[in-house]
Design a protein around this ligand. Structure first.
Ligand SMILES: [Zn+2]
Length: 188
C-alpha cells in the first residue's frame, strides 16, 4: 500500500491531482446522472493500480425526478466524519441533443461582519458559492467538496477570499438583495 490516500494521512499541500474528483461528465457517462432519477449507486475510487483511494464504497444518491430547483446529488461515504455532502444540480442544453450536467458548488463563505446574538453566540452570515462546475474536488484534509476556484482561493490566501466577501456584502447592501443574490447577479 502507501501512496495517495492510504490511512487518510493526506499531505498538507494540495494539488488538483491529490484531490478526489467528482466529475459530472463521468457520472453522466456511467448513467448515474440523468433526468427523472431517484436512485442510489455505489461507487469506489481507484488509482491507476486499481487500489481503493477513498476508503471503500461511496453512495451517490441522485434526485432529479421533481422540480429542477430541487435537483440534487448526495455523496455518502459511510464511516467518514465528512461523509455526507449534498450538492445541487443543473443542466445546460447541448447544441446537438441532450444536456450537460453541472454541479452547483456547495462551498460556503462567511459574508459581512460578525455579530453577537441575544444568546451571546457569535454569528455570521454565510453564502454559498453556487458556481456552476463540471467537477468538484474534495481537497485532502478539508472534507469539503468545492469547485477548483473555491479551493484555490482558500489555499492561496484567506485574505483574498475575505476581500471578495466584503465586496459582495457591500454590493448586496447597495442593491438591497442578499449577498448570495448579489453574487448571482454579478456573475449573470
Ligand atoms: Zn465554488
Amino acid at each position: 500500500m502507501g501512496g495517495y490516500g492510504s490511512g487518510y494521512k493526506w499531505a498538507a499541500k494540495a494539488t488538483v491531482e491529490s484531490c478526489l474528483i467528482l466529475s459530472a461528465a463521468r457520472l453522466q457517462s456511467l448513467g448515474i446522472l440523468r433526468p427523472d432519477s431517484n436512485a442510489t449507486t455505489e461507487i469506489t475510487w481507484s488509482n491507476r493500480d486499481g487500489e481503493d483511494i477513498a476508503g471503500g464504497k461511496w453512495e451517490i444518491d441522485v434526485r432529479t425526478a421533481r422540480d429542477p430547483s430541487d435537483w440534487h446529488i448526495s455523496i455518502i461515504a459511510p464511516g467518514h466524519p465528512w461523509g455526507l455532502h449534498m450538492v445541487h444540480l443543473t443542466t445546460t442544453p447541448l447544441p446537438w441533443r441532450g444536456v450537460r450536467w453541472w454541479f452547483l458548488c456547495p462551498m460556503r463563505y462567511p459574508v459581512g461582519r460578525k455579530w453577537i446574538d441575544e444568546t451571546g453566540m457569535t454569528r455570521q452570515v454565510h453564502a454559498d458559492c453556487d458556481r456552476r462546475a463540471g467537477k468538484l474536488y474534495l481537497r485532502p484534509g478539508t472534507g469539503v467538496f468545492g469547485c477548483r476556484r473555491c479551493h484555490d482561493l482558500t489555499y492561496r490566501s484567506c485574505q483574498e477570499s475575505h476581500k471578495h466577501d466584503k465586496f459582495f456584502a457591500e454590493l448586496a447592501r447597495d442593491m438591497g438583495v442578499s449577498p448570495r443574490d448579489a453574487k448571482r447577479l454579478w456573475r449573470a
